[in-house]
Design a protein around this ligand. Sequence first.
Ligand SMILES: Cc1cc2nc3c(=O)[nH]c(=O)nc-3n(C[C@H](O)[C@H](O)[C@H](O)COP(=O)(O)OP(=O)(O)OC[C@H]3O[C@@H](n4cnc5c(N)ncnc54)[C@H](O)[C@@H]3O)c2cc1C
Ligand code: SF4
Length: 507
Amino acid sequence: MKRLIYVFGDQLSHNLPSLKGIDPNHDIILMTEVQSEVASVKHHKKKLVLILSAMRHFAKELADKGYNVRYVTLDDPENAGSFTAELDRAIVDEQPDQIVVTEPSEYRVLQEVKAWAKAMPIPVDIRPDTRFLATPQEFAQWAQGRKQLRMEYFYREMRKKHDVLIEAGGPIGGQWNYDAENRKPPKSGLLVPRPTQFQPDEITQDVIRIVDTLCHDHWGETTGFAFGVKSKEAQHVLDEFIAHRLPNFGTYQDAMVSNQPWMYHAHVGFYLNCGLLDPMVCIRAAERAYHQGHAPLNAVEGFIRQILGWREYVRGLYWLKMPAYKSQNALDAQRKLPEFFWSAQTDMKCLKICIQDTHDNAYAHHIQRLMVLGNFALLAGIHPDEINEWYLIVYADAFEWVELPNVSGMVLYADGGLLASKPYAASGAYINRMSDYCKSCRYKVTQKTGPEACPFNYLYWDFLDRLKDRLAPNPRMAMMYKNLNRIDPETHAAIKASAAAFLESLD
Ligand SMILES: Cc1cc2nc3c(=O)[nH]c(=O)nc-3n(C[C@H](O)[C@H](O)[C@H](O)COP(=O)(O)OP(=O)(O)OC[C@H]3O[C@@H](n4cnc5c(N)ncnc54)[C@H](O)[C@@H]3O)c2cc1C
Ligand code: SF4
């Protein structure tokens, strides 16, 4: 029996289900760099370099283990351009008896793979992706009959199921969540450790040349590419995080500082999502750090919650609600994406810094994505399709299964409150409290209306006002609407005028 094992660019794990039981004498592993995926959206150049270089390193590791690897590069003149066309070509050349594949992470690709089972002349074995900590079926079971799908409750189940930070059947320390101790504003003069970076080797340099040539019109630059591209390097990034950043992770989780794009975050999302790092390895490493007295519980629990809770939860939600989730627009947001999301040419310093960080690094940390970029998109009413595409393009860790619920659910409330109990809307005061951005901004964060006022201020009230029929009945919005109702008519009119003028300038 000769099997053709198709491995995709986010399946770079040696424990991949489709590689289990592989016969090195007969089986062939197929890996392809195809235009249909590279250009499905115009991904950031650094993201493409990461994935293509990691694919090539993974293929080399497999070949070094003695496996047969059929690898098709993007610049191969014979490259047929899509997963299916490359599969057709491989079947003709290799004459396999069976196709084996691990379930793709994205709905669209899964449909393509399912179509193979009908169209191909040989059987297709589609195996569940066991690299996650909850199956889509488990999530669906948990979600069944619940009106609201709150991450916190799912997370508690996951803590119990995987016995993480548990003692005597309950949470270590007596609480499930230590966020009350987290999320402090940044102290001035904070000495943030440097991120772990790597010099591009020959393989990566080749990929950089290809991306610069074939994807020259994509966003971002390849210059300064310094991500790890092998599982060993990803492990090193994790080790450095545990040693140097984890103790402060919780405290400064929401802090934003100019010229410090990496802060105390782990920078492991890109490695987890393409398969170079295993989520449980990250969780156990953090748990060990707590037991060894190296990092406090608030930091360790906070970090573990992101991976065991949020990461698994958004994947569960994605598979539960796709494909309908993608077209939801509960707040009827219709605006086009402003040009400055690409150029960073805006006087709003917070947006300028977050967009520039994103451009330079294909990375921005969570709170920049949520409370600056996302908050702006929410308040300005940008259409979910426009802003989802932007997030999918610009971040090296962006894959639809994780990007879409974060953007449509967490940021835009486009799913009508399935993921978030209320919109994460905030005025400039929040950004001012959690960052040093406002100090050098031409707008005044304390001013509510007029040409000098921080646009987040009037956009925030205008958003609440515009959507009061939809949002005011939500009990979690009661305080916000109470405050809106206290605003005197004159100020209210000035807010509306400032917001209208600003939004018009965007169009
Ligand atoms: C609008 C928006 C878009 C996002 N898009 C993506 C995306 O495309 N891909 C992606 O992996 N994450 C996304 N996130 C979640 C989060 O911002 C990133 O996972 C994180 O910034 C990655 O950097 P890090 O590894 O330094 O994370 P850390 O802050 O150090 O967190 C550790 C890990 O926890 C996981 N995690 C944390 N928060 C989330 C979350 N909300 N959802 C899922 N996993 C989470 C990630 O795997 C992350 O690597 C998005 C968040 C928002 C608000
Ligand atoms: S004043 Fe407003 S626009 Fe300027 S940086 Fe602060 S929050 Fe952003």
